[in-house]
Design a protein around this ligand. Structure first.
Ligand SMILES: *Cc1c(COP(=O)(O)O)cnc(C)c1O
Length: 414
């Protein structure tokens, strides 16, 4: 149940990596141009680009398979965050993934701004766990003229909330802001139409729902309306492949997102991703996968709602905001209950809050073979992945949680 954190190993990826090791061992450097399986290393990223384009709803020229998420995020901010005296702020959700927070803070600092002043972090209303669309839109409307960059995560890593990407992007554009997205938890999880939604840029990693393996290679989207924009951090892999190996001294960018490529990509990381993406293709892409994901996640929610320990989020929100004594043992789901506002993940908060309960539950689940993914102090995230989790997995997860809660209750009474 933790494909939102690290997806499972596709057998195909294992085979492809073995093949590349074999080619490296037998052909050496020749593998760049003469490859027994047709995957010339020189063009290895091009095996990914058409599949990326399908996955995120883009043209092939708008995507690049390269680098890693945080590095790509910096690249994109460097390219698109052009603060002026009047317009220099970055708008994001509060409690964004730490790497994103560090990236925003270091970027505004390097332009001479104070992060606490230049970064607007939107928080949920008191007693609530996720952001309301109306509150995001009104923040953009009110402060838009001072905002240079609107940058949210597509699916929030902690709460599992899927933001209305199209609506937020449109509102940001109307205020003259650049709008970028961190799709770490959205790519391979929910359908995306980045081109049609007029997103300026997006970045994502591939080791979560896309199963490329730990530290896998990243992804990048740049809308084709930005084609011809100067590349500020050019490298030889962004240079026109027709003359790349002529080693000219003048940089001539590949048009579109692939002009941002800097280094020759890790072949092992790339084919590991390829093995997984071929399965996405065989499954028919995000349409059928989303359909299955809605049923799987809905089923998990239904079973958890039937639990003896389920508490309404409103009740838990009150407990939290009133800081009152929390006698009840139980859990709630802080992920939106509206399926259109979430992906595959449900985030459970355990009460009493403060870190006493969650670790016990997590350990109990793990000893019973159910692996979720925790965030201290109180959250366990469960993500039934459409590509490989089954309805039986979901039933077993709910049943084991019930068993573990009974044990925790007994321990606490003892
Ligand atoms: C997983 C994740 C990251 C991780 O960044 P890496 O550079 O791949 O280590 C960053 N941001 C978000 C929102 C994430 O979910």
């Amino acid at each position: 149940m933790c494909g939102n954190s690290l997806g499972v190993l596709p057998k195909r990826s294992q085979k492809l990596i073995q093949e590349e090791l074999e080619v490296w061992g037998t052909r050496g450097v020749e593998g760049h141009f003469d490859h027994p399986h047709g995957r010339h290393w020189m063009y290895i990223a091009d095996t990914i680009h058409p599949i990326f384009a399908d996955l995120v709803g883009a043209k092939e020229s708008e995507v690049a398979c390269m680098g890693t998420l945080t590095a790509n995020l910096h690249l994109m901010i460097n390219a698109f965050y052009r603060p002026t005296q009047d317009r220099y702020k970055i708008l994001c959700e509060a409690k964004a993934f730490p790497s994103d927070q560090y990236a925003f803070a270091s970027q505004v600092s390097s332009h001479g701004y104070e992060p606490s002043e230049a970064i607007i972090e939107l928080s949920p209303r008191p007693g609530e766990f996720t952001l309301r669309e109306e509150d995001i839109l009104s923040a953009i409307a009110r402060q838009g003229s001072t905002i240079a960059l609107v940058l949210f995560s597509g699916v929030q890593y902690y709460t599992g909330q899927l933001f209305p990407i199209r609506t937020i992007t449109k509102a940001a554009k109307e205020q003259g802001c650049i709008c970028g997205w961190d799709l770490a938890h959205a790519a391979g999880n929910v359908p995306l139409s980045l081109h049609d939604w007029d997103v300026d840029f997006a970045v994502w990693c591939t080791y979560k729902y896309l199963n490329s393996g730990p530290g896998g290679i990243g992804g990048l989207f740049v809308h084709d309306k930005w084609e011809g924009q100067p590349i500020r951090h050019a490298g030889w892999w962004g240079h026109d492949p027709a003359t790349r190996f002529a080693m000219p001294s003048q940089f001539s960018a590949i048009p579109g997102a692939q002009g941002f490529q800097q280094s020759n990509p890790s072949v092992f990381a790339t084919v590991s991703l390829l093995g997984s993406l071929q399965i996405f293709q065989q499954a028919g892409g995000m349409g059928p996968l989303r359909e299955r994901s809605l049923r799987l996640t809905g089923y998990l929610e239904e079973l958890l709602h039937k639990s003896k320990w389920w508490i309404t989020p409103t009740r838990v929100g009150e407990l939290e905001s009133q800081d009152e004594k929390q006698p009840t043992l139980g859990f709630t789901i802080i992920t939106p209950s509206d399926p259109t506002s979430r992906g595959s993940q449900l985030s459970l908060v355990f009460v009493p809050m403060g870190g006493a309960i969650m670790p016990k539950v997590l350990k109990g689940l793990e000893t019973r073979g159910v692996f979720g993914d925790s965030r201290k102090p109180d959250v366990i995230r469960l993500a039934p992945c459409a590509l490989y989790n089954t309805f039986e997995d979901v039933e077993r997860t709910a049943a084991m949680l019930e068993e573990v809660m009974t044990v925790v209750e007994k321990e606490d009474l003892a």
